[in-house]
Design a protein around this ligand. Sequence first.
Ligand SMILES: Nc1ncnc2c1ncn2[C@@H]1O[C@H](COP(=O)(O)OP(=O)(O)O)[C@@H](O)[C@H]1O
Ligand code: SF4
Ligand SMILES: [Mg+2]
Length: 347
Amino acid sequence: MKSTPLLEVQDLKKWYATDGRFFSRGRQYVKAVDGVTFEVFDGEVLGLVGESGSGKSTIGQTVLRLTSASSGAIRFDGQDITSLPRRALRAVRERMQLIFQDPYASLNPRKSVQETLLAPLKIHRLKLTREERDARVAEALRVVGLRPEHAHRYPHEFSGGQRQRVVIARALMTRPKLLVADEPVSALDVSIQAQVINLLASLKQKLGLSILFISHDLAVVGHLSDRVAVMYLGRLVEIAPTAALFGQPRHPYTEALLSAIPEVDGATRRERIVLTGEVPSPRNPPSGCAFRTRCRYALPACAIETPQLRVVSPLHFKACIRDDLELQPATEQISTAKRTFAQEGEV
Ligand SMILES: Nc1ncnc2c1ncn2[C@@H]1O[C@H](COP(=O)(O)OP(=O)(O)O)[C@@H](O)[C@H]1O
Ligand code: SF4
Ligand SMILES: [Mg+2]
C-alpha cells in the first residue's frame, strides 16, 4: 500500500428532504450520510460495513457523483470532484467504476458479452482501433478468469458467478484506478462468493486497483479489506486495519457485528450480542450517540454529545466516549478463516 490517498472524502453529508421540498417550513431530512471522512489509498481495499440503511450505498453513489453531495468534499486522484461539471466528470468516471449487487439486473440479456464490454468504450469515447478494442475485450475476459470464446455468448448462458465476472470485466474496460463494489457478492451463493472475492483480491494485486468494498456482512468484508470502516446511521463509528478491527474492536457496535458472525464448526461458543430493537430512523436519530438505544454499555452521558471519531492507536479510530471497555474480539477461528479463505480456489 502506497501512502498517497487516491480517494479523499471529507465531512461528506447527503441529506434527503423527505417532503421533496428543501425550503418549506417544518421540513424533515433523512440524514443518509452525516459527516463522513475517510480515504482510500492507492492499491488499497477499504471495506465499508453496516446494517441495511446505514448509508453505505449513498456514500458509493456520492463518491461516483451519481448523486451530488449536500456538503463536504470529494477528491479523486488529487482533483476536487465535488462539483465538477458533467463534461469534466466523464474523464474522471473513466477512472472510477461501479460494480453492484445483482449481475442479473446489471446485464442486458439481449447483448453479447462482446457488446457489453465494448459499451463503456463508446460511453467514454475512447478512440481505439478495432484491434485495440478486441485486445481489451480479450484482456478483460482473461483477467476475470473467462475464456476468449465467452465474448460471443449471452448472459443466460452463464452461471451467476460467471455473470458477475462479466460485470467486473465490463468495469475494467476503461482501465479504472478505483472500483466501488456495492454488495458485489450478496446475490450469489456462498460457494460462489469466495470465488468472486478471490477474483477481486487478485485484481487488486495484478492491476494495483483500489477498491471501496461495500457490504452489510462483516465476515465478507474481512476477507478482502486492508482496512474496515464501520457505519451506523450515516456516520462512521470505527475505522481500523482489518486485523486490528477483528482482533481488538474498540466500538460496541463493531463488537456486536463481530459476535454475530457465525462460528466455524467446532469453535468454542462465545457470547452472541443480540442487538435489540430496530435501527432507529435516520429521520429522527437518537440524541448524542445514535447507537445508545441498542448499546449495552450506554451511560447517561452518551445522550448528550455525538461522539466524534478519534484516534485510539495508529490508523485506528473510534467514535465512542468510553475508553474503559474490554470488548470481545472475533474468535480465533474467524480470524484464521479469513486468512485461509483468501487462498482458497482458483481465480
Ligand atoms: N433517494 C432517496 N430519498 C430519500 N431517502 C433515501 C434515498 N436514498 C436513500 N435514502 C435513505 O437513506 C438511508 C441510507 O440508505 P442507503 O445508502 O441505501 O443505505 P445502505 O446502502 O447502507 O443500506 C436509508 O434510510 C434510505 O432510506
Ligand atoms: S458512546 Fe455510549 S452509547 Fe455510544 S457506543 Fe459508546 S458507550 Fe455505547
Ligand atoms: Mg446499499
